[in-house]
Design a protein around this ligand. Structure first.
Ligand SMILES: Nc1ncnc2c1ncn2[C@@H]1O[C@H](COP(=O)(O)OP(=O)(O)OP(=O)(O)O)[C@@H](O)[C@H]1O
Ligand SMILES: [Mg+2]
Length: 377
C-alpha cells in the first residue's frame, strides 16, 4: 500500500487523513509547527518548512504520492518532489497556473470564462489609472498567499489607495492586482474532482455567505435555477481542466442579478465550501480527493438529503483554546460538530464547523446556527 504525504497540517489535511484512515492507507504530514491538527493523527510527520529543500527531501523518503492542503506551498517545492520520482497532485504545473491569482485569471480568460475586469499593478499610480479605466470602487488584491480575505482591500476612492497598498505589500514586497468591484446577487461555489485519468465530476452547486470576507455559511444546494446550476458546473469543469488539475478543487463564482456568472477564483485543494459533503453527500470531498490523487475510481457526488447547511466556527478572541467550549453544542442532537483541535484561537480563525442535514435549507440553517451559537470561542 502506498503512503500519501500531505503538505500542511491544518484542518483540510486533518479531514483528508480521517478519510485516508477509512481506506486503510498511511499518511505523512509536513508542517512547520509541531502538534498540528493533522500530524497528531499519524506516526509519519516531518516538522519543517515546505520552502526548505532538506525538509522536503526527508519528507519525500516517507511518501509515494504527495498532495497539499493549501496553495501557499511553492510550485518549485512540488517540482523538486516530482524530480525525485514521486506522484504529486496537484502537479507543479497546476500550482504554477493557480497560486498567483493574476496568472490564474489570465489562464481562464484564455478559455473564454467571464470574470471581473482585472489588471496587475506595480505602483499606487497604476491603481489610479485602473480606477479611471474601470471606475470605482475597486478591489486591491495580493496576487499570492491571500486567504479568508486577508489579501484583499476594497478601495472606494483614490485616497484609499495609500493605506491599502502599505497594508498589502508589507510582506516581502508582495505583488498586487486590481479588480473591478462586483455587486453580486450571491456567491456560489462548485467543488470539482478530477481523476488522474481525466474523469471529472462536480458536486451540487452551493451558495456561500461570507462575513468580513470569511466564509460563514454554506447552503447546499444553492437555490438557483437548473440553468444557472448547469452553467456554474460547466465553468468549474472548464477551469479545472484548463490547469490540468487532478484532485479536488473549489471554484468560487459571483452570480449577478441578471443571471450572469463571473469566475472569482479557484483553490487547488479540498475547500471550505465542500465540508458539508462529509455528512451531506454519498462520497465526501476528502474521500474523493484521495481517490483522485491515488488514481482510483471516483465516488458518487450526490447529496443524501434534500438540504445541508454548514456554519463555520470562527474565533472571537486571542488565546488558548478550551476543548470543552463545544460541549454545549452537543446538546443539539442533529448537529454534526467538527472541532479541529487547534491549540490557540485568534480573531476570525477557523476553529471548527457544524453541518446539519434537513428537509429544507431553512430548517437545516436554523438548527446549524443554533448549535454554532452554543460554541463559546
Ligand atoms: N471583485 C470583487 N468584487 C466584490 N467582492 C469581492 C471581489 N473579490 C472578492 N470579493 C469578496 O471578498 C471575498 C474574498 O475574496 P477572494 O475569494 O478573492 O479572497 P481569498 O482571501 O483568496 O478567499 P478565501 O476566503 O476563499 O480564502 C469574496 O468571497 C467576496 O465576498
Ligand atoms: Mg475566495
Amino acid at each position: 500500500m502506498k503512503r500519501l504525504g500531505i503538505l500542511g497540517g491544518n484542518q483540510v489535511a486533518q479531514m483528508t487523513v480521517q478519510a485516508a484512515i477509512s481506506f486503510g492507507i498511511d499518511t505523512a504530514i509536513l508542517e512547520r509547527f509541531a502538534d498540528s491538527p493533522a500530524s497528531r493523527l499519524t506516526q509519519y510527520s516531518v516538522i519543517g518548512d515546505w520552502t526548505d529543500a532538506a525538509a522536503l527531501g526527508e519528507f519525500a523518503k516517507m511518501c509515494d504520492v504527495i498532495t497539499l492542503e493549501n496553495e501557499f506551498v511553492d510550485a518549485w517545492g512540488l517540482a523538486l518532489l516530482e524530480g525525485r520520482g514521486l506522484s504529486v497532485y496537484p502537479s507543479s504545473e497546476t500550482l504554477t497556473l493557480t497560486q498567483d491569482k493574476f496568472w490564474q485569471k489570465n489562464r481562464l480568460e484564455a478559455e473564454h470564462i467571464s470574470l471581473p475586469a482585472f489588471r496587475a499593478v506595480e505602483t499606487p499610480d497604476d491603481v489610479i489609472a485602473v480606477g479611471e479605466a474601470f471606475g470605482w470602487p475597486l478591489v486591491l488584491k495580493a496576487r499570492r498567499d491571500g486567504h479568508d480575505g486577508y489579501g484583499n482591500v476594497i478601495l472606494q476612492k483614490p485616497t484609499d489607495i495609500h493605506a491599502a497598498w502599505t497594508q498589502l505589500v508589507r510582506r516581502n514586497g508582495r505583488k498586487l492586482m486590481v479588480e473591478q468591484f462586483i455587486s453580486f446577487a450571491a456567491e456560489l461555489a462548485v467543488i470539482v474532482v478530477r481523476g488522474r485519468d481525466g474523469i471529472i465530476c462536480t458536486y451540487p452547486v452551493v451558495e456561500t455567505i461570507q462575513r468580513d470576507h470569511i466564509c460563514h455559511i454554506v447552503r447546499a444546494p444553492a437555490q438557483i435555477s437548473s440553468d444557472i446550476a448547469q452553467r456554474a458546473a460547466a465553468i468549474a469543469r472548464t477551469a479545472v481542466e484548463a490547469v490540468n488539475g487532478v484532485g479536488v478543487f473549489g471554484v468560487e463564482l459571483f452570480l449577478l442579478h441578471d443571471g450572469t456568472l463571473l469566475f472569482n477564483e479557484m483553490a487547488p485543494r479540498p475547500h471550505n465550501a465542500g465540508h458539508f459533503t462529509i455528512e451531506g453527500c454519498v462520497t465526501s470531498q476528502f474521500e474523493n480527493h484521495i481517490r483522485a490523487v491515488m488514481g482510483w475510481p471516483l465516488g458518487a457526488t450526490e447529496m443524501i438529503a434534500p438540504a445541508a447547511v454548514m456554519v463555520n466556527l470562527l474565533g472571537t478572541r486571542e488565546g488558548i483554546v478550551h476543548p470543552e467550549s463545544v460541549h454545549h453544542a452537543l446538546s443539539v442532537p442533529a448537529a454534526h460538530i467538527h472541532f479541529y483541535g487547534k491549540r490557540v484561537v485568534d480573531f476570525g480563525r477557523k476553529m471548527g464547523h457544524v453541518t446539519v442535514l434537513g428537509a429544507t435549507l431553512e430548517e437545516a440553517e436554523t438548527v446549524a446556527l443554533h448549535a454554532a451559537n452554543w460554541v463559546d470561542l
